[in-house]
Design a protein around this ligand. Sequence first.
Ligand code: NIG
Length: 345
Amino acid sequence: MQHLIPYTRDQLNTILGQRPGETRLGHHLLLSEAQNLSDTLQLAKDKGARFVLLGAGEDAGPRANLGRGGATNAFEACMKWLVNLQSNRFYRGDDLLVLGQLDFHDLLPGDGAALDELRQAVASMDERVTAVASAIMDAGLEPIVIGGGHNNAFGLLMAVKQAFHRPAAAVNLDPHSDFRLREGRHSGNGFSYAAASGALDFYHVLGLHELKNSEANLEQLEAFGGSWHTLQQIWVRGEISLDDALRQISKALKATDLPVALELDVDAIANMPSSAMTAAGVPLMDAARYISHMAKHCDCAYLHLAEAAPVCHDAGIDAGMRETGQSLTELVYAYIRGRRLASGG
Ligand SMILES: N=CN[C@@H](CCC(=O)O)C(=O)O
């Protein structure tokens, strides 16, 4: 399939565990059954698909932002845990198509690549993200994208613009606004490029760290009309509760009447292996609560979970795969369950 590496039944079977009497999500998940993307999506839709899991395994974006690499195998980590969860009354797994991963192999620069080369590569990758994500949205399905760097937010926002013929209203749980200067594409300026391209009309950052965004960056975000609740307002000083903040945000998103882009940089979560990993982050279950709330109360076009980098775990890659895999799976389920509850399912 063009620019896609489909996820196969053989791959799934190698990670699917089995205990007598149990049915796991992996037994029900839908996989690609056609040679081209539109047929695959249509076939899956005919079988009841609503969500499409897509991997964007690359770390050119964080490297083009002078950050640490490693965000290349979060999709595999997630799959390993997701397929082995129990299929039961709460969720069967039969409305989720595991499409596979975006194929960037011909674009990814090598280890010693210059900054300009990395930024050019990110711009080319953007086009692939947009093409595949907009095809999913055109088919009436919701992409759940596992990154990759947060640079891929730009391609996804452009996909919303292309598929819905309207800009997106985005909410992003992230200590960084990623609204930095348009100095060439990288993981720190996906939202500023989207705003300049007419793909972003409303932007709220939840959990913005008061000291991890430059004054120039804050001014640029403010000039666009962006808004935020800081990490310190909610989790340190208790000036507003998380639930009250979530209610304010979903109300503002609904008032835009635009398709909602639901974004999360996992470097918002305490000690999550990622390029800009931090001890001073939010609890995983607060991140799940954020996703659940927005999924249930907003008209979401997609979910994007960016920046998980298993190799950045202090105890090594195996521990990183386990921690990112478990966490991403919890977040994916929070989204799916929230969306299903929103439509009465
Ligand atoms: N997507 C992450 N963007 C952050 C990275 C910060 C860092 O590497 O320290 C940013 O550009 O601000």
